[in-house]
Design a protein around this ligand. Structure first.
Ligand SMILES: Cc1ncc(COP(=O)(O)O)c(C=O)c1O
Length: 370
């Protein structure tokens, strides 16, 4: 029986093994482990790719958020509104910056709902932080309008959305800063942890640049200007990312083509809600970090696919952030709650073969007697 894992981790390395070994050998044999030219090269490429004035490599997508909040002056006494369909990393980073995370209900795509966000604003609210979930940017026109009216900052958790666009602007560039994750299963994934930070604001960039290396003033400078930490992107990971970003457009194109195939193959299944197809909205360019469907028989579908060798995941282990009661949340977010009774991710990544995609399609259709 053909099986399709949700994500084939060995293939991430093996599909270009020789090239990766060459890159790794080159970096390691020069002893170029930390803060070397590959990091600067990757940062230049990331800035060019996103269109950001500044791009900074950091240790991971979570610390990128904390550093950004501190640089933007968000901390103790401030509230930050975030969308509850996100990784716990988003509110975790807000807490690590000393601020209070306030969960917000989602729209039909699982993204921050600006009208719900408006109801949560208090005199302590300082920032709106939507997550660009599954490679789709939140409704930034509404969110930016709300922020302007209420005098709030905006920043994006764009961990899942490198390369996505909305009305011509790239993910990460809608507010004070944007953050990316290069965790292996991310669309641009390295061989361990990695993160990126983008901003058009010179002062925020300088602050994050210093913070990621103990407050020091940059490559080779020992002068300490602010309190910082160790949140550096390893040079070997930077070298891998620098290679992968050169062909990242192809990676995204492959994801979008798989999404189109899925949308077409499942369009007649009334009990499924599918993500919007690529191109359905000319003002959007979604990158399909994930392909998250909703099903009225989610658990039965998941069991069936599992028995048929198809890997699936319910995002975040099956819970939206506000459902983790031990973290002190006690709010009702009806639309997010309903989303989490139905949502399921099926295999979606650039390493899937055509056979893999056909196999997933066949099994999902078979469950629905097609
Ligand atoms: C939406 C979102 N935010 C934050 C993160 C955290 O990124 P990292 O694992 O690189 O710290 C992730 C990654 O899993 C994510 O998907």
């Amino acid at each position: 029986m053909q099986s399709v894992p949700f994500f084939n981790y060995p293939k991430l390395f093996l599909h270009q093994e020789e090239k990766f070994m060459q890159i790794i050998r080159d970096v390691l044999s020069r002893g170029a482990f930390i803060m070397q030219k590959e990091l600067e090269e990757f940062e230049e490429k990331l800035a060019r790719f996103t269109g950001a004035k500044h791009a900074i490599g950091v240790s991971d997508g979570t610390n990128a958020i904390t550093l950004g909040l501190r640089a933007a002056g968000v901390g103790p006494g401030d509230e930050v509104i975030f969308s509850s369909h996100t990784m716990v990393a988003t509110p975790g980073a807000i807490v690590m910056a000393g601020a209070v995370p306030v969960p917000c209900d989602v729209d039909e795509d699982g993204l921050m709902d600006a009208e719900q966000a408006e109801r949560l604003i208090t005199p302590k609210t300082k920032m709106l932080m939507p997550t660009d979930l599954n490679g789709r940017i939140a409704d930034m026109q509404k969110i930016q309008a709300l922020a302007e009216t209420a005098g709030l900052l905006v920043a994006e958790d764009a961990a899942q959305a490198l390369g996505a666009r909305y009305h011509g602007t790239g993910a990460g560039l809608f507010g004070a800063f944007g953050t990316f994750s290069f965790y292996p299963a991310k669309s641009l994934g390295c061989f361990g942890d990695g993160g990126g930070f983008v901003t058009n604001d010179d002062a925020i960039a300088a602050h994050v640049h210093a913070q990621r290396d103990h407050g020091r003033g940059g490559l080779g400078s020992a002068e300490v200007s602010v309190w910082g930490t160790n949140s550096r992107l390893d040079n070997v990971q930077a070298a891998i990312l620098s290679h992968l970003i050169d062909t990242f457009d192809e990676n995204i194109a492959r994801r979008r083509s798989i999404a189109s195939k899925y949308n077409e193959a499942f369009s007649e299944i009334a009990e499924l809600t599918l993500p919007p197809a690529p191109g359905a909205d000319p003002e959007r360019f979604d990158t399909f970090q994930n392909y998250e469907i909703r099903s009225l028989r989610r658990d039965a579908l998941r069991d069936y696919l599992g028995h048929q060798g198809i890997g699936t995941i319910i995002q975040w282990g099956g819970k939206a952030v506000h459902q983790f009661e031990d973290l002190g949340f006690s709010v009702d977010l009806p639309r997010t709650d309903e989303f989490f009774r139905q949502c399921l991710m099926i295999p979606m990544n650039h390493l899937l073969s055509d056979d893999d995609v056909d196999c997933v399609i066949e099994k999902v259709r078979a469950f629905h007697n097609l």
